[in-house]
Design a protein around this ligand. Structure first.
Ligand SMILES: Cc1cc2nc3c(=O)[nH]c(=O)nc-3n(C[C@H](O)[C@H](O)[C@H](O)COP(=O)(O)OP(=O)(O)OC[C@H]3O[C@@H](n4cnc5c(N)ncnc54)[C@H](O)[C@@H]3O)c2cc1C
Length: 286
């Protein structure tokens, strides 16, 4: 097994502090302290994806063989849509790993990958990542996950909860970007109003003839959540009745991909099972 060493290129930073008028020396510096602030503000807003989720981009530095501890060289980062890597954190008193799923990013530079990460107030890895300086080296291992896209499927239903959208989003992008693939995709995404990950991206993807989606937002009322024109949202939970009524329309042999926390995946799986879905075509990504 090989350990990959990646350098953190950019991540959500703390919001920059606006300089005071008196901080400027008025000598026409280029860049001026206010230009630097504007630039930092733009970066901050861009990289903070939702209230609690941030995008982190890592760039390949070196690769080590775990047994010999020797460096070897790589020319590309290979992983399939939906697969994940394990990030290992080494701190003074502890080391631990967590799984993260690289996402599709248009025109991503070679030897880079990006992950969307929900930062929990007391999460161990969340704390580590929050304070990790840009340019730090991080250790990754993988890829893991054995799901493989079948580009000949007629329809796919994808059901995501929270950060479970990450692998499904990459799968959706891989299918939509394949001009020879005519698979019709339906995504149901259950999330909280403050963390609608890929909200803009999904809205834009809905222009594809073979992609439609529906957001299930259960923690706010319609009046409290400003929506975009024709944005498909149901302000309630995705319940068993909705699932069974709508899945029966696509057929019980049609593939269903599920990704979310264990309770969510188990509940959806059980409902599909009760509706006599072909379990061979139910894929729980973990
Ligand atoms: C295959 C796979 C892919 C994944 N991909 C992604 C991804 O792309 N993006 C992503 O954001 N996540 C992803 N995850 C989840 C991710 O691996 C971590 O579980 C997540 O980031 C939390 O890690 P953490 O160390 O910050 O939190 P943890 O320390 O593991 O804590 C998780 C939660 O439990 C709470 N908690 C911690 N300690 C306690 C305690 N003692 N008592 C009660 N509650 C506690 C924390 O506040 C937090 O809410 C993936 C998981 C899997 C299995």
């Amino acid at each position: 097994m090989t350990i990959f060493c990646y350098q953190l290129c950019n991540k959500k930073m703390n919001p920059p502090i606006k300089p005071q008028e008196s901080d400027c020396c008025n000598s026409g510096c280029n860049p001026c302290i206010f230009d630097v602030y504007e630039e930092q503000l733009k970066r901050f807003l861009k990289e903070k994806h939702t209230k609690n989720c941030s995008l982190f981009t890592f760039e390949y530095v070196k690769q080590k063989n775990e047994n010999t501890n020797k460096e070897c060289h790589t020319l590309s980062i290979i992983y399939k849509p939906g697969q994940h890597f394990l990030l290992k954190a080494n701190t003074k008193d502890d080391h631990f790993t967590r799984a993260y799923t690289p996402i599709f990013v248009e025109n991503q530079k070679m030897l880079q990958f990006t992950v969307v990460i929900k930062l929990y107030p007391n999460g161990k890895m969340s704390k580590y990542l929050r304070t990790l300086p840009i340019d730090s080296e991080t250790l990754w291992r993988g890829p893991y996950g054995d799901f493989v896209i079948n580009f000949n499927w007629k329809n796919i239903t994808l059901i995501a909860q929270g950060t479970g959208i990450a692998p499904l989003y990459s799968i959706i992008c891989a299918i939509l970007n394949n001009e020879d693939c005519y698979t019709k995709l339906t995504l149901w995404f259950c999330c909280h109003s403050e963390n609608v990950i890929f909200r803009t991206e999904l809205y834009d993807l809905a222009h594809f003839w073979n992609f439609k989606y529906l957001l299930f937002i259960s923690n706010v009322n319609k009046e409290e959540f400003p929506t975009k024109y024709n944005e498909p949202i149901i302000f309630s939970r995705l319940d068993a009745t909705y699932l069974s009524n709508n899945l029966e329309k696509v057929g019980t042999d049609s593939p269903v991909l599920i990704c979310g926390n264990k309770l969510f995946c188990d509940t959806i799986y059980d409902t599909l099972h009760e509706c006599k879905f072909n379990v061979d075509n139910i894929f729980v990504l973990k």
